[in-house]
Design a protein around this ligand. Structure first.
Ligand code: ZN
Length: 474
C-alpha cells in the first residue's frame, strides 16, 4: 500500500495532478528507469559526431542497445550500412518512430559555455541529432515493455535513420518501401521551445550543374578555348535575374564547386551546386524547369556542353493536427521542464559568449500554434515520410531560448544536462502519445482521414538519382 501511495505521489508530481492511466504511468517510469542508459547513448553519439552515412559507431551503439533490450534488429536496411530497424511485437497497429544521429561538419565544440573545439575542424552535433536518436529509442523502449507485458497489442518499430543533414537518408529508406505498412509515425527534434509541431517545412531539390568547355592558353590563343566558367557565371547570373519573377516563398542558393585552376588556362570544367526551395514540392518543380532553360541558355552563350544532375529532393512536411493535439495533451501530462541555477547560468553565459542577448531557457509547454501559410526556412527528409504515413512531430527544448541552430552553442548544450532534460521530456511525451495511438483505434482512423485529406491527389515519388545510395567509400 505504502508503495502504491508513493507511486501515486510520484505520478501526480509528473502529471500536474491530472489523471494518468496505468500504461502512461508505466511509460514515465520506464524512461526514468532507463534514463542513465539514454543519456549515455546520447553522450556517446555526441562524442562520435559522425556525418551523413558515416555514422558507423553511432548506429552501432543505438542498434546494439535496442538488441540488448529485446528488440529484433535489422541492420543495413535500404542498402545504407548505418540505417537500421528495431522492432518488437506483432500485428497491427504498427507504430513507427524515427531516430536520427548524424552530425554537421566543422562544428566540434566542448560541452562548455565558451567556444572551444573538442577537436579542431571535426564535426559536431549542431542540430542535436545525438539526442534525437537516443530520445526516440527511449520512447520505443517504454512501449516495447508494455507490449511484452501484454498491456498493449501491436508492433512498435524504431527506425535508425542516418544522413538527415545531407544525402536524404529517409528518402532512400522510403524508396525501399520501409514505411509503407505503418499506421502512424512519430519523430521529434531538438529546439528552444516545447511544442507539438504545427508548421510545415520547405520542399527542396538539390542539383549539380556541370559545364564542359575547352581549355586553351588564356593569352596566346584564347579564341581556341571555350570557358566552362563563363557558362557557370552566365548561369548564376540568369538564376539571379529569375529571383525577381518567382514567388516570395522560393529560395535559391548555390556555390561553385569547380571553377578552374589558374587564370592563364581557360577553364574546361565548371560546376555549380544549387538548391531550390519552396513551401510546396510543386512550386520547386516549376522553378526547376525554368532553371534547366537557364543552364541551356548559358551553355549556348558560352559555346560549351552542359549536364544537370539531380542529387536529391525532399517533400514539404505534411502536418497532422489531430495527431498534434494528442501529442499536446500528453506533453501537458508530462509537464514543463525545470532548470537548476547552474543550467540557467550556463544558458546566460553561452548566449553572451555567442553575442546575443540571453533570454533564459524556456521549459514551458507552448499552446498549439496556428499553421502558417509559409513555413519557417529549412527542409527535412521527414517530409517524405509524412507523404507516406501520418506523421506527428514534437519539438523539445534542448538549448537556451532563441539559441542559434547549426552552431557551437547547440553542440555545447546537447552534450550536457540542458540537452539531456529535453531528450528525456521527448521520450516521455512521445511514449505517452504512442499509448493513445495503440489503445485508440478511432484516433488512428481520424489521424489517417486527416492525412488523406491533406495529401490530396499528390502521389509520393522519391526524388533521387538512379542507382544505389551515395554511401561514402571511407
Ligand atoms: Zn536537425
Amino acid at each position: 500500500m505504502k508503495k502504491n501511495f508513493l507511486a501515486l505521489l510520484f505520478v501526480c508530481s509528473f502529471a500536474n495532478a491530472q489523471v494518468i492511466s496505468k500504461n502512461k504511468s508505466a511509460v514515465l517510469s520506464s524512461v526514468e528507469k532507463h534514463q542513465q542508459d539514454l543519456i549515455k547513448l546520447s553522450d556517446q553519439i555526441w562524442g562520435f559526431a559522425e556525418t551523413a552515412m558515416r555514422e558507423t559507431q553511432s548506429s552501432k551503439v543505438l542498434s546494439d542497445y535496442a538488441e540488448s533490450q529485446g528488440f529484433k534488429v535489422t541492420r543495413g536496411v535500404a542498402a545504407i550500412p548505418t540505417a537500421f530497424i528495431a522492432e518488437f511485437g506483432s500485428g497491427k497497429p504498427i507504430i513507427g518512430i524515427l531516430g536520427e544521429f548524424d552530425a554537421l561538419p566543422g562544428l566540434s565544440q566542448k560541452a562548455q559555455p565558451m567556444k572551444e573545439a573538442l577537436k579542431d575542424g571535426a564535426p559536431g552535433h549542431g542540430c542535436g541529432h545525438n539526442m534525437f536518436g537516443a530520445g526516440s529509442l527511449g520512447a520505443a523502449l517504454s512501449i516495447k515493455e508494455l507490449i511484452a507485458a501484454g498491456k498493449l497489442k501491436g508492433t512498435i518499430r524504431f527506425y535508425g535513420t542516418p544522413a538527415e543533414e545531407d544525402l536524404a537518408g529517409k528518402v532512400w529508406m522510403a524508396k525501399a518501401g520501409l514505411f509503407n505498412d505503418l499506421d502512424v509515425c512519430l519523430d521529434w527534434h531538438p529546439d528552444y521551445e516545447n511544442k507539438a509541431n504545427m508548421q510545415s517545412s520547405q520542399a527542396v531539390t538539390d542539383f549539380s550543374i556541370s559545364f564542359m568547355g575547352k581549355s586553351a592558353h588564356a593569352a596566346f590563343d584564347p579564341w581556341n578555348g571555350r570557358s566552362a566558367l563563363d557558362a557557370a557565371e552566365l548561369f548564376t547570373t540568369g538564376i539571379n535575374f529569375m529571383r525577381e519573377h518567382v514567388k516570395p516563398s522560393v529560395r535559391m542558393h548555390y556555390v561553385y564547386t569547380k571553377e578552374g585552376n589558374v587564370p592563364n588556362v581557360i577553364p574546361a570544367e565548371a560546376r555549380v551546386w544549387l538548391w531550390i526551395r519552396d513551401s510546396k514540392r510543386t512550386g520547386v518543380a516549376e522553378v526547376a524547369e525554368r532553371m534547366k532553360n537557364i543552364a541551356k541558355g548559358a551553355a549556348l552563350m558560352a559555346g560549351v556542353d552542359y549536364d544537370i544532375k539531380l542529387n536529391s529532393g525532399l517533400y514539404e512536411l505534411l502536418i497532422n493536427e489531430t495527431g498534434a493535439k494528442t501529442l499536446q495533451a500528453n506533453m501537458n501530462l508530462v509537464g514543463p521542464i525545470s532548470y537548476t541555477k547552474e543550467e540557467l547560468d550556463f544558458a546566460d553565459k553561452i548566449m553572451k559568449e555567442y553575442g546575443r542577448e540571453s533570454k533564459g531557457i524556456n521549459g514551458a509547454i507552448k499552446p498549439l500554434e496556428v499553421t502558417k501559410d509559409d513555413p519557417p526556412g529549412g527542409s527535412t527528409d521527414v517530409g517524405d515520410v509524412s507523404y507516406i504515413v501520418p506523421e506527428i512531430t514534437l519539438l523539445a527544448t534542448t538549448a537556451p531560448y532563441e539559441a542559434p541552430w547549426h552552431s557551437w552553442v547547440v553542440v555545447a548544450c546537447g552534450g550536457m544536462s540542458i540537452g539531456h532534460k529535453g531528450m528525456l521530456f521527448a521520450s516521455k511525451a512521445l511514449g505517452t502519445t504512442m499509448v493513445d495511438l495503440f489503445e485508440n483505434e478511432k484516433l488512428r482512423q481520424d489521424i489517417k482521414e486527416e492525412f488523406l485529406k491533406r495529401k490530396g491527389k499528390e502521389i509520393w515519388k522519391a526524388m533521387l538519382p538512379e542507382g544505389p545510395p551515395p554511401v561514402p567509400k571511407n
